[in-house]
Design a protein around this ligand. Sequence first.
Ligand SMILES: Cc1cc2nc3c(=O)[nH]c(=O)nc-3n(C[C@H](O)[C@H](O)[C@H](O)COP(=O)(O)O)c2cc1C
Length: 361
Amino acid sequence: MWPDYRIQNLLGIELPIIQAPMAGAVSSEMVIAVSEAGALGSLPCAMLTPDQIRTELGIIRQRTDRPINVNFFCHRPPRADPARMAAWKQRLEPYYVELGLDPKAPVPEATRAPFDSAMCDLVVEFAPEVVSFHFGLPERGLLERVRATGAKILCSATSVDEARWLESEGCDAIIAQGAEAGGHRGVFLTEDISTQAGTMALVPQVVDAVQVPVIAAGGIADARGIVAAFALGAAAVQIGTAYLFCPEATVGPAHRTALRSSQDNGTALTNVFTGRPARSLMNRLVREVGPMSDLAPEFPLAAGAIAPLRSKAEAAGSGDFTPLWSGQAASLGRELSAGELTQQLARDALAKLPGGPAFRP
Ligand SMILES: Cc1cc2nc3c(=O)[nH]c(=O)nc-3n(C[C@H](O)[C@H](O)[C@H](O)COP(=O)(O)O)c2cc1C
């Protein structure tokens, strides 16, 4: 028995586990495997074009009829700031020279787009059972179109204020994202990340502040974390980093190697990869230019000038310029398939929960 069935009942799933949407690291293969295992597979769309989203959703709908989550970013589109961009390129110039790249060559466009009407059309067409957002919610008209499809709406909150605001806007459940979490902070009501609470402190305070079920995220990578999340009042967990170890994760060799040797003190919050604070394993770029840099252009523009460095370094087998997104509990990761990991997490958590088969007080 699980201590709480609100999320299973709300989303139509068997297990209170959500595989975190992870832009650039998750494709249809993982979503299908996790949803088939009884948890909620999540397709991240922030780095996909509408055509790619259509292809991925087509594959998923062909191979599973289980509920799925489709996830989008809701950041404000950046304003062009040529002076800041020039300063950023100047800061990176020594690396361009070192790697034999032309610092004057135009840099690629940023590749993370906020939820818009074309993406909303795809939500209407494919009617995913769950739609989740990161960095706040889309404007009312788009949100109402999503709601009208019948999808349950989730969004990340990194503070009690954000959770209350999301509830007042009609979110069906709230993902309380503690500071341990890998990837971008979902923060949207403040720019100050020095005050971001950890999962242990955040979850019970959000649980007390809202009526809707709360999903704990950040640093949960094994059954102990799942049991702790329930003890804090969460009704489910959203797990990211642990799924990066699965063969289905679309992370490159540099990222995989870094994850394998990760330690508790191996990550930092950094804005150098995209312009927004995100948790990554430390590498050369984070150490030398960050972890936080005032020069990094607004999200997601900072990523453009990093891209050539990243490609060149990766081609030579180096992760010096790769965003190595990871939460603080990466060293707990196990290399299992996504379906096996989901089942093992559920089995081990049930065994530790009161009333579970192997529970000993
Ligand atoms: C590689 C990576 C990419 C991520 N991309 C997204 C994303 O596209 N959308 C989103 O809502 N959250 C994203 N996140 C954050 C996760 O939803 C979640 O908050 C986090 O993984 C939980 O912490 P954990 O990594 O310690 O399990 C990402 C996290 C990682 C590690």
